[in-house]
Design a protein around this ligand. Structure first.
Ligand SMILES: [Zn+2]
Length: 304
């Protein structure tokens, strides 16, 4: 184990959370036995003060294995991680985990964009505002005026790829806002922030999902039942994608509830906040940002 591991001293300060049985979550304050008096689990007292997230042990078990194991345990909601929200977690460790997850998710967004560009022969598909809106007398003329700068921005080569990379990182890190408790000590805040970084792990599953979809689509192309096969494949993968999103949201909510000990109304509020934040990220990064860059481009172009 690296030398940056935090070990809770046996004496508890008021700021510390009580040590919990890793199997049943029983409060072990005042217990000095080798076994949990509630479930009989052998207690490794030294390990109680250490993070049980595999990613924290990556220097011992290797980064790839540590990442995949953490991803798996978070996705299946393993009992092994159940009490991690009250154990010490290093924020720097957790942030590096979140960065990798965000990079994997950015790779998905970029390759979805790349496939669209290849299939549509360039960026033209984002450039055409609907023709009926163009007429000066049209009551929807304002909509046309609004789409022109957006299209101008979106068809500039680096704009959409850059926005998609920002979007992946924004979606991943905005989750941290759900875990903030104003009254918590700085140490508890850091721990909750670290848990938020691990909670988004299922977002990384979109990478194998998308790679598989692309391969299956390429394989289906040569089949005699092209249309039927590709429509079937598309709806299957859309269904699996929706399921992945659901799993990701459910896991985030479970970790919010473990971290903040909030009840049903707290979870509903956190869920509304998450969807609101994600929607805001999408609107700002895929709407406002391309619009502004297109607007600047038009202004710069008119001055030439
Ligand atoms: Zn126990």
């Amino acid at each position: 184990m690296g030398n940056d591991c935090v070990i809770i001293p046996p004496t508890q300060t008021p700021d510390d959370d009580p040590p919990l049985c890793p199997n049943c979550g029983y409060d072990l304050r005042g217990v000095h036995a080798e076994r949990c008096s509630e479930c009989g689990q052998t207690i490794d007292w030294a390990a109680l003060g250490l993070s049980g997230v595999p990613w924290a042990a990556r220097r011992d078990i290797g980064c790839v294995r540590a990442y995949l194991r953490t991803l798996w345990l978070v996705t299946i909601n393993s009992r092994r991680l159940k009490h991690e929200a009250v154990k010490p977690q290093l924020l720097a460790d957790a942030r590096s985990f979140r960065r990798i997850t965000a990079v994997a998710f950015a790779a998905v967004l970029l390759s979805v964009f790349a496939v669209a560009v290849i299939e549509e022969n360039g960026l033209v598909f984002m450039a055409v505002p609907p023709e009926p809106l163009r007429a000066t007398a049209s009551p929807l003329r304002w909509m046309y005026d609004l789409t022109v700068p957006w299209s101008a921005g979106a068809t500039l080569w680096p704009v959409i790829p850059a926005c998609l990379i920002f979007l992946a990182f924004a979606l991943a890190s905005s989750v941290q806002a759900l875990f903030r408790v104003a009254s918590a000590s700085p140490r508890q805040q850091d721990r909750a922030a670290a848990i938020s970084c691990y909670a988004i792990a299922p977002l990384a599953l979109f990478l194998p999902w998308w790679v598989l979809w692309v391969f299956v689509r390429m394989a289906v192309r040569g089949s005699p039942l092209v249309w039927f096969a590709s429509a079937g494949v598309a709806s299957f993968f859309v269904f699996v994608g929706a399921l992945l999103l659901l799993v990701a949201i459910v896991r985030i909510m479970q970790w919010v509830s473990r971290s903040r000990h909030c009840g049903f109304t707290g979870i509903v509020a956190a869920m509304a906040k998450l969807l609101g934040l994600w929607l805001l990220c999408i609107v700002v990064l895929l709407g406002v940002l391309p619009w502004c860059s297109g607007f600047l481009w038009i202004v710069a172009d008119s001055l030439r």
